[in-house]
Design a protein around this ligand. Structure first.
Ligand code: GLN
Length: 192
């Protein structure tokens, strides 16, 4: 069974625990630096407010440790604000981990479209619901990044080695396709 640490300093972490729990993963919450030593096979960085989350990671002494763990190969799944934290280029800037070669623009879907629902094909397979809440838009996809899902011709799910990021929120739906994909990554069943 995979042990997934869900970053729980801010944002929608409980929803990820619910989705992962449905799939049989064991979750625990990362609230302070010592939690990073509890033995984790993978990490989730949830949606929330990326500026606040980035600052809290600094204040709590976790920022560099988490970046090292990701660079060292720990599988990580970032949703929305989590995607912003992983991106190496952020318009509308904030402190970010910069482990994934993608560019994002914060809150880029506009005021009217700040929150909206759509559907898209994930990894050439199932059609899944896409829930966007003041989402970042992916504006650049670097070498080695695979686009797993698009919405309106814009990448909304990307994978770079051990890193998975979505601008939408699969944890807010009952569809576990993306979380299952992540757990398959963790278990080495989904190599890139
Ligand atoms: N707008 C938020 C940010 O810029 C992200 C929103 C979300 O995670 N739902 O960090």
């Amino acid at each position: 069974m995979s042990r997934v640490g869900v970053l729980a300093v801010q944002g929608a972490f409980a929803e990820h625990e619910r989705s992962l729990g449905r799939l049989g993963a064991e979750c625990f919450e990362i609230r302070k630096a010592a939690d990073l030593d509890r033995g984790l096979d993978a990490m989730v960085i949830p949606g929330g407010e990326s500026t606040v989350m980035g600052k809290l990671l600094r204040d709590l002494g976790m920022f560099d440790r988490i970046r090292e763990m990701i660079d060292g190969g720990i599988p990580v799944f970032g949703t929305c604000a989590g995607m912003i934290l992983l991106a190496d280029g952020v318009e509308g800037g904030t402190e970010h981990l910069a482990t994934m070669p993608i560019g994002v623009r914060r809150n880029a879907y506009g005021r009217q479209l700040g929150s909206f629902s759509s559907r898209g094909v994930f990894d050439s397979g199932a059609e899944i619901p896409l829930e966007f809440i003041r989402a970042p838009m992916v504006t650049r996809v670097g070498d080695g990044v695979r686009v797993l899902c698009e919405c309106g011709g814009v990448p909304v799910a990307v994978r770079y080695g051990n890193q998975l990021a979505t601008s939408f929120h699969p944890e807010l739906t009952e569809d576990d396709t993306v979380h299952q994909y992540f757990l398959d990554m963790v278990r080495g069943r989904n190599p890139l």
